[in-house]
Design a protein around this ligand. Sequence first.
Ligand code: DAH
Length: 339
Amino acid sequence: MREQLQRIAGEAMAMINEVQDMKALEELRVLFLGKKGKLTGILKGMGALSAEERPVVGQIANDVRNKLEDEISRIKGKLARKIREEKMKRETLDVSIPGTVIPRGRKHPLTLVLDEMKEVFLGMGYDIAEGPEVELDYYNFEALNIPKNHPARDEQDSFYINDKVVLRSQTSPVQVRVMEQKKPPIKIICPGRVYRSDAVDATHSPVFNQIEGLVVDKGITMGDLIGTLQIFAKSLFGENTKIRLRPHHFQFTEPSAEVDVSCWACGGKGCRVCKNEGWIEILGAGMVHPKVLENCGIDPKIYNGFAFGIGLERTAMGRFNIDDLRLFYENDMRFLKQF
Ligand code: DAH
């Protein structure tokens, strides 16, 4: 039995020393020292020994057990160190290596100008309203006093989805949606995309942006409209900017006007940008037509108001001195990086 123990001890020591990982080491521990292990197996046969032999063999068995346990824990420590070292090596971080540069984004020039415009109108107490881009013909035309077959529809060649649904050709339908929902006083702007079946050139695009404005209250005058537009024009194009109203016709305002600002390039003297006019048209405006108020359930005998529609691209072209509207949509980084 002594030899048996010695042999097992030798065998175990050799195997333990060869072990390369924790799992194998644990397997060996079970193989030799576990409940059904080889050492335990031998000890079970101790009953057959004589009374003198038993304590001696027991002592040897204990020594073997202790020796194996010590060796196992020594190897365990060695493996743990090795694992830790490998992990450290894997995770070394060279803080001196230059990082990956993530290019910083910036706002699109149209967004920059829209932000400026919002700032101006929010400062005057306006709220921001929204409406759908896929709009009912009723809101885009009918309710704005533009009945079917009216020639005013031709000016806004529209994309129809079906008889009743159209891609809105102007932001004016939001006026109606707001007035249906809210009683005066109303003071809103509505920025958004609009659609017209126009061919693309330096000043036209089938998709562009407008900013609608609407004020409805008691005793609103044309003077209020002009004052508001003056503040807007000066804020965007500079203190010396003047505005000019030319009589015009819109179905949903009476009286109506087209509004020009003094040329941002030459200040009004006449140049290439303003085609020697000294003025550049940027918006339409007028006093809200009584019929439109009525269509929205607002009594025109009590309330009145003004409205305007500003072209965002036009304004941005002026603000940044850009001569071709297509630049806004081409996503050319050489252009966009300049803002
Ligand atoms: N909706 C008009 C257009 O797209 C612009 C406009 C003119 C809006 C007069 C208005 C307004 O609110 O009062 O041509």
